[in-house]
Ligand binder design. Structure first.
Ligand SMILES: [Zn+2]
Length: 449
């Protein structure tokens, strides 16, 4: 406003005019421009605009299409992933089903599984099935049923061992081979084969020196260590058990050998008779639950006898087990050997066990094993007396051997070497005399060669 007041009238007029001119010129130019556009130009313009619009729309459509495509791909990927997961799941489920089907079929047919367990995918050692049978050595063992351990000394002998193992396999039986170290070195393949077929290898010294027990601790140690080494080299296992040559024990043996010393309750005297019928009769006439049978893997007559004995024992319901299995299933504690020679491992309970359940049997086994180990310590002092007596009555006992054979084995559960004696003590005195005769006979009977 201050400026306006200062302006002269001429100036004002000029300014107004120029302003008027400007505005009129603007109007003019607009009219002029509008007028310049021809119809064609308008069409071009319109077309151009339309094209731009179309392009914009196309661009929009393309973006939408791209987004839609990405979305579709994502959906398809998800669907595939889900389908894959579903297939995997169903496959797993099928596998599990088939496993349970196999398991249930094994459970539903225990007899069959016992026969064929070596062929199938085997359960782990010591596994118990629904029937309470324990998987051991490639087949199932019923701990509540009778079992016998056949033992074969002085081998290996390729020919005899082969026959024995073939016969044993027919009834899913296993045996213990007490081998001589120097023979192991000659026939390592036979030892390997025996172990692979599920049998047990015991240590029967290196040279089979029947006077070994009186030759000092170093000599004794060397005899058993060398044999352990030979067996390990041949088959990759070290024997868990020892059988003394001739069954001859001494304080030096007790001091050196810290493995269970295994004696026998049935002496077939197969080395003496070399007669298949005599050998088989000596077993079948007196065999009972828990017996350890002494034979020799050197004679074809023994192999021949076993062709009858093995199926017959199976038919009578005896499971043919290794000595270690017998010890295990009878719940015996023989760790460190205890310095005694174990004759047999009869069932701890007889009448009571039959009526009681499996679990209560195992309880009694535990109890009595503790009891019996105490008892065996107590009676080990008695054993030396018994052996002295044995020597003096050796000839007498020999003459009555055949007669007292059945009686002696009936009472053999009471012998000091037997850890399961605690429950039967009523006829201790009588049986000690009788079975002492049995031991003496057996020691003499062991093949000295
Ligand atoms: Zn021998």
């Amino acid at each position: 406003m201050a400026d306006k007041r200062k302006l002269g009238s001429g100036e004002k007029k000029f300014r107004d005019r120029s302003q008027n001119y400007k505005s009129s010129r603007n109007v003019h130019s607009n009219i002029k421009r509008k007028r310049v556009l021809t119809e064609e130009e308008k069409r071009i313009l319109m077309r151009r605009r339309a094209r731009r619009k179309r392009q914009a729309e196309q661009k929009k459509a393309r973006i939408i299409f791209a987004l839609a495509l990405v979305f579709c791909l994502f959906v398809v990927f998800q669907v595939f992933a889900m389908a894959f997961r579903f297939i995997e799941k169903s496959r797993k489920a099928q596998k599990e089903e088939s496993v349970t089907v196999v398991e249930s079929s094994v459970e539903s047919s225990p007899a069959e599984s016992t026969e064929e367990s070596t062929e199938e995918e085997s359960p782990s050692e010591g596994e118990t099935n629904a029937e309470g049978m324990v998987f051991s050595g490639g087949r199932y063992i019923d701990p509540s049923k009778p079992m016998v351990a056949l033992t074969f000394d002085d081998g290996p002998d390729v020919q005899v061992d082969g026959v024995l193992m073939d016969e044993l396999e027919k009834v899913n039986g296993r045996a213990t081979f007490f081998v001589v170290g120097q023979r192991v070195e000659k026939f390592p393949e036979d030892i390997k084969n025996t172990v692979e077929r599920g049998h047990e290898i015991g240590n029967h010294s290196y040279d089979h020196d029947i006077h070994l027990s009186s030759k000092g601790q170093d000599y004794i140690r060397n005899e058993f260590d060398k044999t352990d080494d030979a067996v390990e080299k041949a088959a990759g296992v070290r024997p868990a058990l020892v059988r003394l040559p001739g069954g001859n024990i001494s304080n030096d043996v007790k001091a050196v050998v810290k493995k269970p010393l295994i004696f026998w309750s049935i002496d077939t005297e197969d080395w003496r008779s070399r007669d298949a019928v005599k050998t088989q009769n000596s077993i079948l006439s007196q065999v009972k639950d828990g017996d350890i049978v002494l034979m020799h893997a050197l004679y074809l007559s023994t192999a021949q006898a076993c062709k009858t004995v093995i199926p017959e024992l199976h038919a009578r319901g005896y499971q043919l087990v290794t000595v270690s299995e017998l010890i295990h299933f009878r719940g015996q504690n023989v760790q460190g050997g205890n310095g005694v020679q174990y004759k047999n491992f009869p069932p701890i309970e007889t009448a009571a066990a039959e009526s009681s359940t499996a679990s209560s049997v195992s309880e009694t086994v535990k109890e009595t094993s503790v009891q019996s180990s105490l008892q065996s310590v107590k009676e080990s002092s008695k054993s030396s007396e018994t052996k002295k007596e044995t020597k003096s009555t050796k000839t007498a006992s020999k003459s009555t051997e055949s007669k007292s054979n059945t009686e002696a084995t009936k009472e053999s559960g009471n012998i000091v070497e037997n850890p399961g004696i605690a429950t039967e003590s009523k006829t201790a005195e009588k049986s000690t005399k009788e079975s002492a005769g049995n031991i003496a006979g057996a020691i003499d009977a062991e093949d000295p060669q």
